[in-house]
Ligand binder design. Structure first.
Ligand code: AMP
Ligand code: MG
Length: 375
């Protein structure tokens, strides 16, 4: 598989409308790749049944080829999925025989409850699925997105679309067309612009095993407690994340910074206040806050505001005025990206303490962002 993307001197950014949707669909049918809006984040789409198109996605992203892609499906026009696992088998995506009857019933219930929407199901794959899409794994990841533009492109192209997030490997996921341009300008021919993504966090990923057990592979808007009502749910290992709960220390200012801003997490305004006091004590107060971006979950209270009064206002942001999880998720990546673009020496980011629900999903992403750049 080639690791060099085909050169596109200029990436077209077109507002999503009849003409641009038809053009995007034609490009996809011809084996090209196109960045498209979904309700979660912008995806870089290619025909999932075309090995060359899938190879182009990996090359444009610089993504290691062992990391499998999610396949996005058109919603049945008008008619509902009556027996989803059977239909996914008939369409050549899954091997339903590898699932017990109970497991099939669970898949059917999950699909009826959450598709189209931000739930990706990892299921035993059919032999017909391209090796290139699921990598070396015996499963395939499937999702039916609800975004109307994505759905129209899916329907007009007639292709199922493999579509990872439309960012360079290891960068922040794009939630606006301009983020896609910043990441992939010159590496892809086209992005359809439909404004900001409503949810702003990637889909929840759940694997259904042969006996109908559920494994939460990636938390998202559809939370664990809701999923647990569909079957036995276990949370897959969070993987190695660095311990990021130790207090922030002024010593970090002497670090040698990587090009992408060093990110440290803190969990409570109290631990932030303590770090600010330590910082204030060790630096001349005029320099406190210099070069450090601060991202809070909600607007600071009066006490924190007093501590932050020397902080340059545009270095300090919050995800939601009143601590609303949906608003915070919607703004998370754009806020991180804006702070990252200020060429600061560090970002201090407040991490939610909740493991559950949308706050839990935000926590998951932030812990990965601070441990190592996430794909
Ligand atoms: P992205 O495409 O950037 O939204 O990331 C897709 C995520 O889905 C990655 O973390 C993949 O590793 C994961 N994924 C895709 N296919 C599978 C699969 N068959 N089994 C497990 N995880 C998968
Ligand atoms: Mg990604």
């Amino acid at each position: 598989m080639s690791s060099t993307p085909s050169a596109h001197l200029q990436t077209l950014r077109l507002e999503a409308n009849e003409d641009s949707i038809a053009y995007a669909a034609a490009q996809l049918r011809a084996g090209e790749i196109v960045a498209l809006p979904t309700e979660t984040v912008y995806g870089l789409a290619g025909n999932a049944r075309d090995a060359a198109a899938v190879a182009r996605i990996f090359a444009a992203k610089g993504r290691p080829s062992f990391d499998p892609l999610i396949v996005h499906l058109a919603s049945e026009s008008g008619e509902t999925f009556t027996s989803p696992s059977r239909q996914l088998e008939a369409q050549g995506w899954i091997d339903a025989a590898a699932l017990s009857e109970e497991a099939q019933a669970i898949v059917d219930r999950l699909v009826r409850a959450f598709w189209p929407g931000p739930l990706t199901l990892v299921l035993p794959r059919a032999p017909a699925v391209l090796e290139a899409v699921p990598g070396a794994v015996p499963t395939v990841a499937l999702r039916m997105p609800s975004h109307p533009i994505m759905q129209r492109v899916l329907q007009q192209s007639g292709c199922a679309l493999a579509a990872p997030s439309a960012n360079r490997f290891a960068q922040i996921s794009p939630t606006r067309a301009e983020h896609v341009m910043a990441e992939l300008q010159g590496r892809i021919p086209l992005v359809l612009d439909a404004g900001p993504c409503a949810i702003g966090l990637e889909s929840t990923i759940v694997q259904v095993d042969a006996e109908g057990g559920l494994a939460l592979l990636r938390p998202g808007k559809i939370g664990a407690s809701l999923l647990a009502s569909f079957g036995r749910l276990r949370r897959a290992s969070e993987g190695a994340v660095h311990e990021s709960t130790r207090p922030l220390a002024p010593g970090m200012l002497s670090r040698h910074y990587a090009p992408q801003t060093l990110t440290r997490l803190f969990e409570t305004p109290l631990s932030l206040a303590q770090s600010l006091r330590e910082l204030g004590a060790s630096l001349q107060s005029a320099r406190a806050g210099e070069g450090i971006g601060l991202l809070l979950l909600q607007a600071p209270d009066a006490e924190l505001r007093a501590l932050l009064n020397t902080w340059p206002a545009h270095y300090c942001r919050w995800l939601s005025e009143g601590g609303d999880a949906e608003e915070a998720a919607h703004r998370l990546y754009a806020s991180l990206r804006e702070l990252d673009g200020l060429a600061l020496s560090a970002l201090w980011v407040q991490c939610p303490t909740q493991e559950e629900g949308l706050w839990g999903a935000i926590r998951d992403r932030l812990r990965r962002a601070a441990a190592a750049p996430a794909d």
